[in-house]
Design a protein around this ligand. Structure first.
Ligand code: SAM
Length: 343
């Protein structure tokens, strides 16, 4: 058989930049996690440094330093001017261990989780979370309190800027008592309590996470305004003495039927005039952007039974449960607060 003459092929009609970029993106997050572990960001906190100075300080050779600084600068975590590297605003805010918004615990958590196409394929084909050895994530946390604690600290650092967004942009006028369902570390209650001094809060959580929340509440001296109840939101009866029910990053853990169940439970538990608050990263109505939300849906495939919802999907769920006056308020970054009222 004659050897194929490749020059007879028509050249590609478009270049493969997108393929290159996505293939190489496999290295972005682990490089960020490695830089965090090396202490690169605090090193550049006070003074810009040359590559040679960074290499010397971190005991890295010139090839390794060039690779590290190159990836982080092209991603936007560093800037380079006249051969000196400095922190960008994002790095200064989220990557310095001394910053209140330091993302170290979530970077460390996911920096150590290997993700392969096999994990994604299993989740896609079986329509079942493949992380945690196929076990239910929250049940696994309840059986392993160290895992629950590590995850809750990681969620705390991711959620703190979101909580600021909710406290500053959410309308809690007239709300006296809020039930935060699946409230995690309590960071939403803590920040909203500081912004809205007339309101008290209860975090409804599973026992292992509830204990972590109690520590965060005590750290902020808010024990008189925030308490916790150890209840299973699906199995136990919900307390009734609240005029606000808040969920953050909870609907995205569950399928539509479970979200409808939670929304109906909230409706039943609220008095007339009571309000529901749902804080989520929203998908566009076309379900194909933003990239952070479409990728977050894939994360939910791998870890949970849920997905990211669009504003209209959440509107429908709340409307079907009986809520009226449904509003969507952008709060922080990709997140919005969907609120509604029980007539
Ligand atoms: C993704 S985290 C969100 C935490 C927090 N709301 C935030 O946005 O940072 C979901 C939370 O739901 C809690 N959770 C899961 N199943 C639950 C259940 N059956 N009853 C109560 N809480 C539950 C988990 O323990 C976890 O803290």
């Amino acid at each position: 058989m004659a050897a194929p003459n490749l020059l007879q092929l028509s050249p590609p009609t478009c270049d493969d930049r997108l393929i290159w970029d996505v293939e190489r993106s496999f290295y972005h997050f682990p490089t960020l996690a490695a830089a965090d572990e090396l202490g690169l960001f605090p090193l550049l906190d006070t003074n810009p440094m040359t590559a040679a100075q960074v290499g010397q300080a971190l005991s890295l050779g010139p090839r390794a330093t060039e690779a590290l600084l190159g990836v982080l600068t092209s991603l936007g975590f560093l800037t380079q001017s006249h051969g000196h590297f400095s922190l960008s605003g994002v790095s200064r805010t989220y990557l310095l261990p001394g910053s209140p918004y330091y993302r170290g615990s979530i970077i460390k958590l996911f920096g150590n989780v290997p993700l392969t196409s096999a994990t994604i394929l299993e989740a896609l084909k079986k329509e079942r979370a493949s992380a945690y050895g196929g076990g239910e994530m929250w049940e696994t946390h309840e059986m392993d309190s160290a895992l629950a604690e590590g995850f809750t600290h990681a969620m705390h650092c991711q959620s703190l800027p979101l909580a600021m967004g909710v406290a500053l942009n959410g309308d809690f006028h007239g709300i006296k008592r809020v039930l935060d369902v699946g409230g995690g570390s309590g960071c939403f209650c803590i920040v909203v309590a500081q912004r809205w001094p007339g309101t008290t809060f209860t975090i409804m959580e599973l026992p292992a996470v509830s204990k972590v929340a109690q520590r965060y509440i005590a750290e902020h001296g808010l024990q008189d305004r925030i308490n916790t109840v150890e209840l299973d939101m699906f199995k136990d009866r919900w307390p009734r003495e609240y005029d606000g029910v808040f969920f953050s990053n909870v609907f995205h853990d569950w399928d539509r039927d479970r979200c409808l169940f939670l929304s109906r439970r909230a409706f039943e538990a609220l008095p007339s005039g009571g309000r529901i608050f749902v804080n989520e990263m929203l998908l566009d109505e076309t379900k194909d952007r933003p990239l952070a939300a479409t990728s977050f849906s894939m994360t939910m495939m791998v870890y949970t039974q849920g997905k990211q919802y669009s504003a209209n999907e959440l509107r429908e769920i709340l409307g079907e449960s009986g809520f009226e006056d449904i509003r969507v308020t952008p709060t922080h970054c990709y997140y919005s607060l969907v609120t509604a009222r029980k007539r």
